[in-house]
Design a protein around this ligand. Structure first.
Ligand code: SAH
Length: 261
């Protein structure tokens, strides 16, 4: 069985059995888990997960891979294949009897950030997520204030999930090898948001704007919205740069602007 990997679908297939086994060990599928894999490709991860728990869903965009998957798993009637775009897929619709979903995937790197934000909209029905991403993206996901990789993604992610760096994967584990290192990340959605944001849209725009001005001080970034006195009242130093602001700080600032307006 062979399929020529397509660049436009971000296809880098895992072929290193040790790495595949290590990923599945970290996911730790248990009987009764409802696992959904995004982008099964030729089924490298699917095979081990199905062996363990006998049933799962997969969401694959590339039509040409569907017949390959059907043949490979012809004896496994617990596999449900959905030919669909994960960016538009309604994950919660697959939920059965309130059992939360576990989402996994070696994600197509070209769509990984929008896909994460699409999944966050389904946070309520998700127990956890394990993804392979570019290492650089995982570094940004797990970054804390003051880290060089800290930015919009780190702030927004903390609002939705607890994130954990699991391990690094070298290009040689894939066919074809990508140009950069990859890493596995574990994301666990919060039961309830860790902060109380009054206007989420405004908060999100503030975070975005702040990091496009990351060399500026906070007082300059907030000019016309909050003055130095108002910033100090929030117990935040007006001369620091956005890379030092925590999720709680951004929340305080956004809520103060909201109150002002
Ligand atoms: N899990 C496999 C393949 C990873 S490559 C392995 O590890 O070997 C990424 C996979 O995501 C490919 O199969 C690609 O076709 C699929 N894909 C790309 N864009 C997608 C999308 N929008 N929705 C669902 N699957 C997608």
């Amino acid at each position: 069985m062979s399929h020529k990997p397509r660049k436009r679908f971000g296809q880098n297939f895992l072929h290193d059995n040790n790495v595949i086994q290590r990923i599945v060990n970290n996911i730790n599928p248990k009987t009764g888990d409802h696992i959904i894999e995004i982008g099964p490709g030729e089924g490298a991860l699917t095979e081990l997960v199905l062996d363990k728990i006998g049933a799962m869903d997969v969401v694959e965009l590339d039509r040409d891979l569907i017949p390959l998957l059907k043949i490979k798993f012809v004896t496994q009637d617990g596999l449900s294949i959905h030919q669909a775009d994960a960016l538009k897929f309604d994950f919660c619709a697959l939920q059965k009897a309130d059992k939360k979903l576990r989402i996994i995937g070696n994600l197509p790197y070209n769509i990984s950030t929008p896909l994460l934000f699409h999944l966050f909209e389904h946070n309520d029905c998700i127990e956890d997520m394990h993804f392979m991403l570019q290492k650089e993206v995982v570094d940004r996901i797990v970054a804390h204030p003051g880290d060089s990789a800290y930015g919009r993604l780190g702030v927004m992610l903390q609002y939705y999930c607890k994130a954990e760096y699991v391990f690094t994967v070298k290009p040689g584990a894939f066919r074809p090898p990508p140009k950069v290192d990859s890493a596995i990340v574990r994301l666990i959605p919060h039961d309830k948001p860790p902060v109380d944001i009054k206007d989420f849209d405004a908060f999100s725009k503030l975070v975005n704007y702040a990091f496009t001005q990351r060399r500026k001080t906070l007082r300059n970034i907030l000019k016309g919205q909050l003055d130095v006195e108002q910033i100090e009242k929030l117990n935040i130093e007006p001369t620091i740069r956005p890379e030092r602001l925590s999720l709680a700080d951004f929340t305080k600032i956004a809520n103060a602007i909201n109150q002002n307006g």
